[in-house]
Write a protein that binds this ligand. Structure first.
Ligand SMILES: Cc1ncc(C[n+]2csc(CCOP(=O)(O)OP(=O)(O)O)c2C)c(N)n1
Ligand code: SF4
Ligand SMILES: [Mg+2]
Length: 328
C-alpha cells in the first residue's frame, strides 16, 4: 500500500476524530497536509493556532506545536506568537463564526496590519459545533436554527473584507476543488504578510440538511454549480451579466506589500542571521583540501603495522608512524 507522507503528520493517538461523516473539514486537512509535505517545512518552526469550533479542532489532530485558544481569539493569540518569535511560521485554522463573527475585529486588524500569518478559514456558513446557528456568512434565505424562515441579513464576503483591509494574499475555493486548495496554501505559505485561504466547506449535519442538501455529495454539487472562477466572472461582468447567484473563486489578491514583521525590522534580523550562516558555510567550503596528503595518510593507515599498533592500543606509536617518524 502506498502511504502519502502527509499521513505522518497525524496524531494517531487522538483518533477517532470528532468530525461528522462527509464533513468538508477532512478535505481541507488533507489539502493542508499535502501542501506541508510538499513544502518540506521545518517542523520545529511551524505552529498552528485555532479558536473554538469544529474547524478549530483540527490542530489537535496534527503532530505540530499548536495553540487551541478561546472562541474568536485565534488571530489575537497568533499575533502575539508571531511578534514574540518572528522566526516561527504561524498558521491559523479558524471558522466563519470564529473569525468573522466574534473574532471580526481581530480579523480586520490582522489583515490591515498585514501581519505575517497564514489563515485558513473554513467557511461552512454556520456555527457547526453549536448545532447550526446563522453566522455572518449564512446566505440570504438559507435556513438555520436561528433563521428558521430563512436568513434576512446580507452575508459578509470574508475574502472581500480581507482584500479591502490590506491582506497580501487572498484565495477562495470550495471543497469541490481540493487540488486548488492545496496549491493556494502552498503559495500562500511562501509569501509574507497576511494571507487568507477561505474554503467553502460542507456541513451536512448542521447546515445542509436544513437546506435540502442532506449529504456531502449534494453540497459539493451545489458548490460546483454556484461557484465561478474570477477569470470567467470578470469576462461575464464586462458583458453586464448578473452573477449574484455565484460565489467568485480563485486567487483573488496577490500583492507583495511588506508584512508587519518587516515593517518592525524583525525580518531583517532573521535575514541577517541567514546571511551570516551562509557566509560561514562558504568559508568552510572554501578550505582547500590537500588530496595528495590525504591519500598518503590513507595509505599509511592501511599499513599492517599501524593497524596492529592501533589494535594494541599503542595510539601514540601509531601516530608517530603516521607522521613519518621511525618506531622507537
Ligand atoms: C466566548 C464564546 N462564545 C460562544 C461560544 C460557543 N461557541 C462554540 S463554537 C461556536 C461557533 C463555531 O462556529 P465556527 O467558528 O464557524 O466553527 P464551525 O464549528 O462551524 O467549524 C460558538 C458560538 C464559546 N465557546 N465561547
Ligand atoms: S457539525 Fe458540521 S462542521 Fe461540525 S463536524 Fe459535523 S459536519 Fe463538520
Ligand atoms: Mg462555521
Amino acid at each position: 500500500m502506498v502511504v502519502h507522507p502527509s499521513i505522518t503528520f497525524l496524531r494517531e493517538e487522538r483518533l477517532p476524530h470528532i468530525l461528522c461523516e462527509g464533513c468538508g473539514i477532512g478535505t481541507i486537512v488533507n489539502a493542508l497536509l499535502e501542501a506541508i509535505s510538499e513544502l518540506e517545512v521545518d517542523r520545529e518552526k511551524l505552529v498552528f493556532v485555532s479558536g473554538i469550533g469544529c474547524s478549530s479542532r483540527v490542530p489537535g489532530y496534527l503532530k505540530f506545536d499548536s495553540l487551541h485558544t478561546t472562541h474568536g481569539r485565534a488571530l489575537a493569540f497568533a499575533t502575539g506568537l508571531k511578534l514574540a518569535n518572528p522566526e516561527l511560521e504561524v498558521i491559523v485554522i479558524t471558522g466563519d463564526g470564529d473569525m468573522a463573527s466574534i473574532g471580526g475585529n481581530h480579523f480586520l486588524h490582522a489583515a490591515r496590519r498585514n501581519i505575517d500569518i497564514l489563515t485558513i478559514c473554513v467557511n461552512n456558513h454556520t456555527y457547526g459545533m453549536t448545532g447550526g446557528q446563522a453566522s455572518p456568512t449564512t446566505p440570504r434565505k438559507w435556513k438555520s436554527t436561528t433563521t428558521p424562515y430563512g436568513a434576512i441579513e446580507p452575508p459578509m464576503d470574508i475574502s472581500k473584507v480581507a482584500e479591502a483591509a490590506g491582506a497580501n494574499y487572498v484565495a477562495r475555493w470550495s471543497t469541490a476543488s481540493p487540488l486548488q486548495i492545496k496549491e493556494a496554501i502552498n503559495k500562500a505559505f511562501q509569501k509574507e504578510g497576511f494571507r487568507l485561504v477561505e474554503v467553502l466547506s460542507q456541513c451536512p449535519t448542521a447546515f445542509g440538511r436544513r437546506n435540502k442538501l442532506r449529504t456531502a455529495i449534494d453540497m459539493l454539487k451545489w458548490y460546483k454549480d454556484h461557484t465561478i472562477s474570477i477569470e470567467k466572472a470578470e469576462k461575464l461582468g464586462e458583458k453586464g451579466e448578473d452573477l449574484s447567484a455565484f460565489v467568485v473563486v480563485g486567487e483573488l489578491v496577490d500583492r507583495n506589500e511588506p508584512g508587519l514583521c518587516r515593517l518592525y525590522g524583525l525580518t531583517e534580523k532573521k535575514e541577517e542571521e541567514e546571511k551570516k550562516i551562509e557566509k560561514r558555510m562558504k568559508k568552510r567550503d572554501g578550505i582547500k583540501i590537500d588530496k595528495e596528503k590525504i591519500l598518503r595518510l590513507l595509505e599509511k593507515l592501511s599499513s599492517p603495522r599501524v593497524r596492529a599498533l592501533m589494535e594494541e592500543g599503542e595510539i601514540e606509536k601509531a601516530e608517530n608512524l603516521l607522521k613519518g617518524e621511525d618506531e622507537k
